[in-house]
Design a protein around this ligand. Structure first.
Ligand code: PEP
Ligand code: MN
Length: 337
C-alpha cells in the first residue's frame, strides 16, 4: 500500500500516518521527493486496509501497489535513485565505468590494472577476492589478502573498489575493506545473504541470476531494500538461453524495462554476458544506448595469463580505447563519463 501525502505535508502529519501503521504492526518506508512524501506500508494487507488512512490529516490518496515488488518500484519512488560510490554517481547523468580483473591475483597484477584503469578514466575498480567457481579445482581467490590488495589499490589510485561477497559470515569483513559489495549471479536468490547486506550500509551491486527473470531480480533487490539499505545497483550480466555461441545472452531489453519498473540504477556486464573480449566494446556502447547507468568490464594487464576469465578480459590499451569511444558517444545519450 502506498500512502501519498499532500504537497508540503508537515512532519507531524507524516508521523501521524507512520504511528497508525506501527499500531497495527505494519512497517513504514519513506520515499521523499522534492515536493511529496510517499509512505510505503508493508504488512498484512487486510489489517492495513482497516485503517481509515485517507481520513488522516495530510493524506492525499492511498494506492495499492499491485506488483509483487514494492519498495524498489517506480510507483513508490518516482525519481531515479542515485547510488554514490566514491565520486561515482550511479543513476545520475554520469555513465559509470567499473573495470578491473576478474580476480585479484597478486599485487603487481592488481596495481597495474588499477593504475591503467584510473588513467583511462574508469570510475570504480573491480577485483574478486572470493571467487565462486564452477569447479572446486579452479582458483578460488586470495580471500582476505585480496581485500587488502584492493584497499592498497584504492589508496594508490583514489578509485573506489567493488568486490563480491559470497558468504553471510564474511559480509562485515568484506564491507570493512571495500566501497561496494557485489552479490554474484549465483547468489542472487541467497535470501540470507541478501538480508545480511541489507542490514549494512555499503552500496550493493546485485547481479541477475543465470536463469532469473526480471521480476525475480527485482524481488531479490526488494530483500536488500527492505532490510534498510536502498543503495542497490542492479546488473544485467547475461542469462542462459539456447544460444551457445556466447557464454550467456546479454538481455539488453531488461535495461529499459527495469528503468520503467524500478527507480534503482542498472548497469550491464558484457564480459560475463558474452565470454568474448571482442564483443565487449560493442555491447558496452549498446548498453549506453539503451539507457544503462554504466558498465562493468573485466580488464587485465595480461589477459593471456589471467587465472580467471582471461578470454573475456580486455587488455589495458583496449580498455582505454573503449573509454575514448564511450566518451565520444555519451553526449548523444545525454550522459557524461
Ligand atoms: C564476477 O563479476 O566476478 C562474477 C563472478 O560474475 P557473475 O556473478 O555475474 O557470474
Ligand atoms: Mn569473471
Amino acid at each position: 500500500m502506498m500512502i501519498v501525502m499532500i504537497d508540503g505535508a508537515t512532519e507531524e502529519e507524516v508521523q501521524g500516518v507512520v504511528d497508525k501503521l506501527h499500531e497495527v504492526g505494519a512497517e513504514a518506508h519513506y520515499s521523499r521527493g522534492e515536493f511529496k512524501v510517499i509512505i510505503g506500508a508493508i504488512g498484512d494487507r487486510e489489517v492495513i486496509s482497516q485503517i481509515p488512512l485517507e481520513a488522516l490529516p495530510g493524506v492525499e490518496k492511498v494506492i495499492p501497489i499491485m506488483k509483487p515488488f514494492k519498495l524498489v518500484s517506480r510507483e513508490f519512488h518516482p525519481e531515479d535513485t542515485v547510488v554514490e560510490v566514491g565520486a561515482a554517481r550511479l543513476g545520475s547523468d554520469q555513465f559509470v565505468v567499473i573495470a578491473g580483473p576478474c580476480a585479484v591475483e597478486d599485487e603487481a597484477q592488481l596495481m597495474d590494472a588499477a593504475k591503467a584503469a584510473a588513467e583511462a578514466g574508469a570510475h570504480i575498480l573491480r577485483g574478486g577476492a572470493f571467487k565462486p567457481r564452477t569447479s572446486p579445482y579452479s582458483f578460488q581467490g586470495l580471500g582476505e589478502q585480496g581485500l587488502e590488495l584492493l584497499a592498497r589499490a584504492r589508496e594508490a589510485t583514489g578509485l573506489p573498489v567493488v568486490t563480491e561477497v559470497v558468504d553471510v559470515r564474511q559480509v562485515a569483513l568484506v564491507s570493512s575493506y571495500v566501497d561496494m559489495l557485489q552479490i554474484g549471479a549465483r547468489n542472487m536468490q541467497n535470501f540470507l545473504l541478501l538480508r545480511e547486506v541489507g542490514m549494512q550500509h555499503k552500496p550493493v551491486m546485485l547481479k541477475r541470476g543465470l536463469s532469473s527473470t526480471v521480476e525475480e531480480l527485482l524481488m531479490a533487490a526488494e530483500y536488500i531494500v527492505r532490510g534498510g539499505n536502498s543503495n542497490v545497483v542492479l546488473c544485467e550480466r547475461g542469462i542462459r538461453t539456447f544460444e551457445t555461441a556466447t557464454r550467456n545472452t546479454l538481455d539488453l531489453s531488461a535495461i529499459p524495462l527495469v528503468k520503467h519498473l524500478s527507480h534503482l540504477p542498472i548497469i550491464a556486464d558484457p564480459s560475463h554476458a558474452t565470454g568474448k573480449r571482442e564483443l565487449i566494446a560493442d555491447l558496452s556502447r549498446g548498453a549506453l544506448a539503451v539507457g544503462a547507468d554504466g558498465v562493468m568490464v573485466e580488464a587485465h594487464p595480461d589477459p593471456r595469463k589471467a587465472l580467471c576469465d582471461g578470454e573475456q578480459s580486455l587488455d589495458m590499451p583496449a580498455f582505454s580505447r573503449l573509454m575514448d569511444s564511450l566518451r565520444s558517444i555519451a553526449p548523444a545519450m545525454g550522459r557524461r563519463i
